[in-house]
Design a protein around this ligand. Structure first.
Ligand code: ZN
Length: 230
């Protein structure tokens, strides 16, 4: 008889290995009623502390914000450039840390939150630099981008089937979005419409149509499944 863990030779009377204290397993010896021939499995205790990590991460964002604010106030006696740093940190915090304070973060809620934070940050930059580009350019573009990403995320999350249609449709919408971006840029800066957006639109349209064709045509999908294991 040998120890199952360390391999040391054991006497038949031994119940526990004298060297490594592992329970001795005798496959041929009768066991008392109810006793299992192997030790109970004890699940390892999770040592990851979510809230502790989130507190540390919050300080990682808070400390540079405070330091930049203090330096700015010391040099300029006003918020001159630290506002941009703090705004960027706030947007980063809303995007990367805030959702994890919740037990089951829902991207359909947190993507619009991040979009709103980014829009407010852009508004701040626009006002601080006396720009006129927020309403005609930054607001519609960031608003449409947020809506698009939220809609695609929601559809992918809640639809059981038809994900290829969603991704194909999203690709076409992205192409259309590039035309809108060029339009908003032309309106804001009174530039000439040079149709650069036609190229990304055409590429996105092709990818979208290809995905939808694959989704529609079942034999084609099966062949691709077999070939690429998707
Ligand atoms: Zn042993």
């Amino acid at each position: 008889m040998y120890c199952i863990k360390c391999g040391v030779e054991l006497r038949d009377s031994e119940k526990v290995c004298p060297l490594c204290k592992t329970l001795v397993f005798h496959p041929e010896m009768p066991l008392p009623d109810g006793e299992k021939p192997y030790p109970e499995y004890v699940a390892p205790v999770k040592r990851f502390n979510r809230f502790g990590t989130l507190f540390v991460l919050s300080f990682v964002f808070l400390i540079p914000a405070l330091i930049t604010l203090l330096i700015d106030l010391k040099i300029n006696s006003a918020v001159v450039w630290s506002g941009y740093v703090i705004g960027g940190l706030v947007v980063g915090y809303v995007a990367a840390v805030l959702p994890f304070w919740f037990k089951h973060p829902n991207p359909v809620i947190f993507i619009p939150c991040t979009g709103a934070a980014a829009m407010l940050f852009l508004l701040y930059i626009c006002l601080a630099t006396h720009g006129r580009w927020f309403l005609p350019l930054a607001f519609p573009i960031s608003g449409i981008a947020t809506l698009l990403i939220t809609a695609v995320t929601a559809l992918l999350k809640y639809l059981k089937r038809g994900k290829l249609y969603v991704i194909g449709g999203a690709s076409i919408a992205l192409g259309g979005f590039s035309i809108l971006i060029e339009m908003f840029i032309c309106i804001t800066f009174k530039a000439r419409f040079v149709f650069w957006s036609v190229y990304p639109f055409a590429a996105c349209l092709l990818v979208g149509l290809l995905l939808i064709t694959i989704a529609v045509c079942k034999p084609l999908r099966r062949t691709l499944d077999k070939r690429f294991f998707i």
